[in-house]
Design a protein around this ligand. Structure first.
Ligand SMILES: [Zn+2]
Length: 433
């Protein structure tokens, strides 16, 4: 169960059908929330205990699955026993030491390169950072201060850093408003890219920042910190390029810089592409006098088979989206002059009566984008919706119509897709966060 106003069911099949980037972001988001940051929460259907997403290797493929967080009840049929704690695993990894000698050497090198820049003020290696917006201090691998640029932090990702560790650090530095760059080393040694590496690379919008001989030489040439940047494409690293820290973009909320956003635009485009055929259709249809054959043709692009009349609900919804996003009254659903009048007449009558609850849900999750944005509802509209909810049986969240809306308007209906957009800072301005 994905937590939300009404929640969504996310079956493991649905999770596994997502792209690795999508389930990866959801995994990041769950961990962020768990480590005190913003994010999404998912619960086990049986015992209602929170779960996280674990990556499993199966026949050379990485598949996501759900695992209970610690402390789940043993009676749950999906109880998997006690989780191993990151600390006990870490102790095993380095024979009891928490860090490797190679790690220390690279931190020193990065500090030395950061000092080449003329803006250099100071740096510190493995020293506690005094937090301004967090409770507990953290020890960054390399902390650097440059004049004008401000402070930034570099964490080395050498072997497998744990998801909770990655998440904790990302959340910490985002709250402190300090850019955090995860740096990789020896990536050519990977036979297949470990999940923990993909995890940090995805947080940099699929940019992998590497320190190697070329980037060190580049740093001395340019007298500033230079990394070799690769783009993660599926299971391989492509397009290496030497980049300076100044060429990176730092997102507003999650302060993990990228050189080229190789992740977010595709998530947004996927949703816009679904809606485009409908917008094109609505711009030229003849509303109530449209031939049923034409209505059927456009409804057939949906995965769910919905009643023909549902096209008017979609048209009404798209009118709301268009009005809010352009700030100008748009009405694709009727011949009324605006959305308010259209909603008023539709919910006064029977045509959309069984979608009153669905409409109320939509209206509760959208918002005006400016002070001059036209009103979507009026007192009369709200009253009609309440009356129809009372006197007509409503379609529920398990209906085909609801599922169709989850797909067409995920920003409102689908908690996971909403989270993918929020996480990548792309939730449209007409949606309530
Ligand atoms: Zn359970």
């Amino acid at each position: 169960m994905v937590e939300g106003d009404r929640g969504n069911l996310l079956r493991v099949e649905d999770l596994q059908a997502m792209s690795p980037y999508e389930w990866g972001i959801l995994r990041d988001s769950i961990s962020n929330r768990h480590t005190g940051g913003e994010g999404i929460s998912m619960l086990c259907m049986k015992c209602k205990h929170p779960v996280y997403i674990r990556a499993y290797n199966s026949f050379g493929m990485t598949l996501p699955g759900f695992v209970h967080f610690d402390g789940s009840p043993t009676w749950c049929q999906w109880y998997q026993g006690k989780n191993r704690t990151p600390d006990s695993l870490k102790a095993q990894q380095y024979n009891g030491q928490q860090e490797s000698p190679e790690h220390e050497m690279l931190c020193d090198k990065i500090g030395e390169l950061a000092a080449l820049d003329k803006r250099y003020i100071r740096h510190a290696i493995n020293k506690y950072h005094k937090p301004k917006h967090n409770e507990n201090a953290r020890k960054p691998d390399v902390y650097v201060e440059w004049e004008e640029y401000g402070p930034f932090v570099i964490e080395l990702q050498l072997s497998s850093t744990f998801q909770t560790e990655i998440s904790g650090r990302c959340t910490y530095y985002s709250k402190e408003r300090i850019p955090l760059i995860w740096v990789l080393h020896n990536i050519h040694e990977y036979v297949s890219i470990p999940q923990s590496v993909k995890d940090v690379v995805r947080r940099h919008r699929n940019n992998a920042f590497v320190i190697d001989r070329d980037s060190i030489r580049g740093s001395y040439d340019k007298n500033t910190l230079v990394f070799k940047r690769y783009l993660l494409s599926g299971d391989s690293f492509d397009s290496p390029e030497l980049v300076t820290i100044d060429s990176l973009t730092v997102p507003e909320k999650q302060t993990l810089p990228y050189h080229e956003d190789h992740l977010a635009p595709a998530l947004r485009a996927k949703i816009d592409d679904r809606r485009l055929p409908f917008f094109t259709f609505f711009k030229q249809w003849k509303k109530k006098s449209t031939h049923p054959k034409d209505i059927k043709r456009i409804l057939d692009t949906l995965k769910e088979q919905v009643p023909e009349d549902f096209i008017f609900m979609i048209a009404a919804t798209f009118s709301i989206v268009a009005t809010l996003s352009t700030g100008i009254d748009k009405n694709y659903a009727s011949n009324d002059p605006n959305v308010r009048a259209m909603l008023n007449s539709y919910f006064n009558g029977n045509r959309l009566a069984r979608y009153a609850d669905m409409m109320e849900f939509i209206l509760g999750r959208v918002k005006p984008t400016s002070s001059t944005c036209p009103d979507i509802t009026t007192h009369a509209v709200n009253r009609n919706i309440a009356l129809r909810k009372d006197d007509t049986e409503q379609v529920g969240i398990e209906s085909k119509e609801w599922k169709a809306m989850e797909w067409l308007l995920p920003e409102v209906f689908d908690e996971c897709e909403r989270e993918l957009l929020r996480f990548t800072e792309q939730l449209p301005c007409w949606v309530q966060e």
